[in-house]
Design a protein around this ligand. Structure first.
Ligand code: GAR
Length: 189
């Protein structure tokens, strides 16, 4: 049995998709959802999906006690699915190559502090890029700079808007994120 924890800050479409993808897989269990934002729609989703929810404050998140709490869950993978806080060093050290993030652009472009969600798509459209895409990568101490596991791209149309690009990127995320997670979990057998 592989155990994963999913960290979220917002809407939670990736959380929903991952949970549905593994719903009938007895080998994979989402043991909890960790959320830092009391207004996140992800909270409703976690409740509806019947997954234990752990709300965190910034203080708690940085604490040794939180890292130990996560260690006690005996996790195979921590999945950042639209989670917007920087991961503290103590957690990264406790889970080497076991924390992954999805980023809605082709890193190393359009990454780093401030580049999240729609801000990324606005910048990509403003720069008239021919392509954008998604990057799934390991998490290290520096925002959006860990080893890349998977990327795939999509072309921008002439009249692309940040909203239309966001929809394209969400489709790529929905199609690919659970599959990449599954491959990583199976590699760890
Ligand atoms: C996703 O597009 C994800 O790539 C992005 O936030 C969105 C969350 O959507 N993550 C980042 O920008 C991280 N820097 P969701 O809450 O509906 O899954």
């Amino acid at each position: 049995m592989k155990k994963i924890s999913i960290f979220v800050s917002g809407n939670g479409t990736n959380l929903q998709r991952i949970a549905e993808y593994f719903a009938n897989d007895p080998e994979v269990k989402i043991v909890n959802v960790v959320c830092n934002n009391p207004k996140a729609y992800s909270i409703e989703r976690a409740k509806n999906l019947g997954i234990p929810l752990r709300m965190i404050t910034r203080e708690e998140f940085k604490s040794e006690a939180f890292t130990q709490e996560m260690q006690r869950l005996d996790l195979d993978l921590i999945v950042l699915a639209g989670f917007l806080w920087k991961i503290p060093e103590t957690l990264i050290k406790a889970f080497p190559k076991k924390i992954i993030n999805i980023h809605p652009a082709l890193l190393p472009k359009y990454g780093g502090k401030g580049f999240y969600g729609e801000h990324v798509h606005e910048a990509v459209v403003a720069a008239k890029e021919a392509y954008s895409g998604i990057t799934i990568h390991y998490v290290n101490e520096v925002y959006d700079s860990g080893e890349i596991i998977f990327q795939t791209q999509v072309a921008l149309d002439k009249d692309e808007t940040p909203d239309s690009l966001a929809a394209k990127i969400h489709r790529l995320e929905q199609a690919n994120f659970p599959v990449v997670i599954e491959k990583l979990l199976k590699q760890k057998d």
